[in-house]
Ligand binder design. Structure first.
Ligand SMILES: *Cc1c(COP(=O)(O)O)cnc(C)c1O
Ligand SMILES: [Zn+2]
Length: 417
């Protein structure tokens, strides 16, 4: 595939178009808020993106979907493989919660432990394509460690701006991958703005969610994988947790792509799940608004604790277009959902990832999701990212004396489980 199938970029705010060779990040008329959406020649893309061609494609990572991606991977792909995560039928967990066709897409198994790798892979490819040697981002969380990890085996260097209040454990993965971590004496928003300034001033490549349009193009590959793994029989529901809204927007874009490519008759309903204490996009959806007003975030699910969501427009579009819904869940429900995932499916998910399953339980209880609906839950992050929070309020270890007689207590405890 020599020529790219990208036909241009459309601004999500003002709808104006830029040509395929546009290399800016956001809409010049709308500024930093004018996020772009990548458009393709789907007729041409369908020559390579169809069930037969994909069945014959030996490539298993996200680059098997290159026909509708905006960058080409360096050949050979350097380092960590991204994509092809397992889609697991959760029979026992489904029995437990009254869902007979429940599936878990386990993106906690991506190389750096979170869904963000799908976006970072695109950043690696495009930065390399453009001959830029430094990638910059602002985050203390999964986006930053993902970028640093995927860049580590390549010649790219990573610079990450964080507020100087960033907790040390969150920086551990980042530092191990060798990123240059810059602690800004200020707030997260100031770190973000400084990061954009570095992009403009030094020409560094920006890996900022809700700014660089190729990131959601990477995220959409999860929808391709889910539907392909289900033998092109789309689920009734796909549930995703939502912070900035980039993942859910990407999921929606992937589904729309599949429809354009003639690979999907019926659209799954997309469920965006937010923590009650960080529900700016949910509130905008309730109001019928196109953009979200800021909130003061308060949730223990740190990866979705967001005050001013940067990708609200794409998130709202994804859910509305699919006739899906947004739903909120309490922190207690998030932790409880994580325990169910662990207990009955063997899946250790960080709180921001269990959130999606908590939302499914709400819709099941309301009767919106029927017992035999096919439901896919996206697990976006590994429980090892935040083990203390994930495991909170699970039973303490049973403490016994080092004597054989104490084993009777163990037997009693085992029987009571
Ligand atoms: C980033 C992230 C999310 C939310 O993605 P947004 O694009 O911010 O909505 C959910 N779960 C995990 C584990 C994440 O790292
Ligand atoms: Zn615009």
């Amino acid at each position: 595939m020599a020529r790219s199938n990208v036909t241009g970029f459309r601004c999500v705010l003002c709808d104006s178009r830029r040509p395929a060779d546009f290399t800016g990040y956001t809409c010049p008329d709308c500024g930093d808020e004018g996020i772009l959406d990548v458009e393709y020649d789907y007729e041409r893309a369908a020559l390579d993106f169809n069930a037969e061609a994909l069945a014959a494609n030996p490539r298993s990572d996200i680059w098997r979907y290159s026909a509708v991606l905006p960058a080409r991977p360096p050949e050979p792909w350097p380092g960590l493989p991204v994509g092809n995560t397992p889609l697991i039928k959760a029979t026992r967990l489904g029995d437990h919660v009254g869902l007979s066709d429940l599936w878990i897409k386990h993106d906690g198994l991506l190389p750096t432990g979170s869904f963000k790798d799908r976006a970072s892979a695109l950043a690696v490819a495009q930065a390399t394509e453009r001959g830029v040697s430094i990638v910059v981002g602002a985050s203390t969380g999964n986006a930053a460690s993902s970028m640093a990890g995927l860049a580590a085996p390549t010649p790219l260097r990573t610079v990450i701006f964080v507020p100087d209040s960033a907790p040390a454990p969150k920086l551990a993965q980042l530092r191990t991958y060798g990123a240059l971590v810059v602690a800004v004496q200020g707030s997260y928003d100031q770190a973000f703005d400084l990061c954009l300034a570095a992009t403009r001033r030094f020409g560094w490549y920006s890996r900022n969610t809700g700014y660089n349009p190729v990131l959601s193009e990477g995220k959409k590959t999860v929808s391709f994988e889910v539907v392909e793994q289900l033998g092109w029989q789309p689920p009734d529901w796909i549930a995703v947790s939502v912070g900035d809204g980039c993942i859910v927007g990407g999921v929606g874009k992937g589904l729309r792509d599949l429809r354009q490519l003639g690979l999907m008759g019926r659209m799954p309903r997309v469920v965006g799940v937010q923590a009650e204490g960080s529900a700016a996009i949910y509130q905008a959806w309730k109001r019928g608004a196109k953009t979200a007003d800021p909130v003061t975030p308060d949730t223990l699910a740190d990866s979705i604790s967001v005050g001013q969501p940067r990708d609200a427009v794409k998130a709202l579009t994804a859910v509305r277009d699919s006739k899906g819904q947004f739903v909120t869940v309490s922190d207690e429900a998030i932790i409880a959902a994580g325990h169910l995932l662990g207990h009955h499916a063997g899946i250790f998910a960080e709180p921001a990832a269990s959130t999606a399953f908590a939302g499914v339980l709400v819709l099941r209880q309301r009767g919106d999701i029927a017992p035999d609906d096919r439901v896919v839950v996206l697990v976006t992050g590994n429980g090892l990212k935040d083990p203390q929070t994930t495991a909170q309020s699970t039973p303490e270890p049973l403490s016994i004396a080092p004597k054989v007689s104490a084993l009777d207590d163990v037997l009693a405890a085992v029987d009571s489980r």
